[in-house]
Design a protein around this ligand. Sequence first.
Ligand code: ATP
Length: 208
Amino acid sequence: MYMDQNKIPKATAKRLPLYYRFLNSLHLQGKTRVSSKELSESVKVDSATIRRDFSYFGALGKKGYGYNVEYLLNFFRKTLDQDEITKVALIGVGNLGTAFLHYNFIKNNNTKIEMAFDTDPGKVDHNIGGVPVYHIDDLEEYIGNVSAAILTVPALAAQPITDRLVDCGIAGILNFTPARIAVPDNIRVHHIDLAIELQSLVYFLKHY
Ligand code: ATP
């Protein structure tokens, strides 16, 4: 199956992990095929969007049969680089950072927090959730071939640390701080502000 990854729209690319997770659970249950309707109800994406998404990578469902789970799963595994572990660093071992170190995305078997950094002498040189914590001053020494970073530092520390991460060759940052960080065009930043998300949920509950 040929696919030029550059041609997948970003919105489709963002849904790939969602599809992958669901197909994986079907596979574990021993299911061999899935209809776009069933997929749609489970991942909460309308079936027209699913059909369009799947058509970008040449997976065309057959009427009355649906999609072949194993075939799709193999495809997603390759596309999402599931066979290759992506090393991640976490910066800021506070409440949120500590929770991530314990969680460590075990269920997503292709990403692993390999190391963490902090300034607090009570945390530096400790292992938290099996992950070594180094002093932020030693970032350049330890970061090696880590390709993504999770930022859970106070907002004021976010930009200077980002600049250093960029200089170290990091490709992507998952930013949990409220700071809007500036990066060169070739670096990808995903911003997750949990406080804003919660606030907007509460607003919707009250007003809609
Ligand atoms: P959280 O915000 O996750 O609930 P917290 O309230 O425990 O954490 P924060 O003040 O937000 O603490 O700091 C998060 C973590 O970031 C702390 O462990 C702190 O020591 C660390 N930290 C602060 N400044 C830096 C920095 N410049 N570099 C690396 N780590 C830092």
